[in-house]
Design a protein. Structure first.
Length: 194
């Protein structure tokens, strides 16, 4: 069965070309990785972004494709919301993800990206709707130290919470996209995440 990993990026769409380049290399592990741009600062609504992403997920699932979600930083919130509403998604991985509704975020960031602000608000209710059994298909990856998204704001109760040997937010993301990509993909490929 074909397996597609949908990668939902965080803030900073100017890095999308680098993300795409890194994701192309994931083919060597037998998966197709697709970047689903969020453009958090474009002023468009959360609902519009969610509906677009949800339609992509639903279309793949309806075509019989195995789908896993990978959410990076702010994109972790959107990935969680999608995972909660698409029970056929195989696995969810967040990388330095904003995985709580209460994660501290600068007011200026929330003002510039109102869709992200709303996505973050939905995380609590979304996680609350995910049964304990299904949380076994959720993996979080956090660096040893991250001053942007702290470990306790990336940790999800009942999920598999992993620490990677990185320091810093950007370094954790970049390393998971490149050097640790095999590890990320192995988590996404798990058929039984008990």
């Amino acid at each position: 069965m074909k397996h597609v990993l949908i990668y939902i990026p965080g803030l900073g769409e100017r890095y999308d070309q680098y993300r795409k380049r890194a994701l192309r290399a994931w083919r060597i592990f037998g998966v197709e990785a697709r970047l689903l741009p969020m453009n958090w600062y474009d002023g468009k609504s959360y609902e519009g972004k969610y509906d677009t992403a949800s339609a992509v997920v639903a279309s793949l699932l309806d075509d019989g494709v195995k789908v896993s979600l990978v959410g990076e930083s702010a994109g972790g919130s959107m990935a969680i919301n999608l995972f909660a509403n698409h029970p056929r998604v195989a696995n969810l991985i967040t990388i330095a993800g904003v995985n709580t509704s209460t994660a501290p975020v600068a007011t200026t960031t929330l003002r510039r990206g109102p869709a992200f602000a709303i996505s973050r608000q939905h995380v609590g209710p979304s996680l609350g709707s995910v049964p304990a059994q299904r949380r076994r298909h959720v993996h979080t990856l956090s660096g040893l130290r991250d001053d942007v998204v702290r470990w306790n704001d990336s940790h999800i109760e009942g999920a598999h919470n992993h620490r990677v040997f990185t320091i810093g937010h950007v370094m954790t993301i970049a390393t998971c996209l490149t050097l640790f990509s095999g590890y990320v993909i192995s988590l996404a490929k798990k058929t039984n995440s008990v």
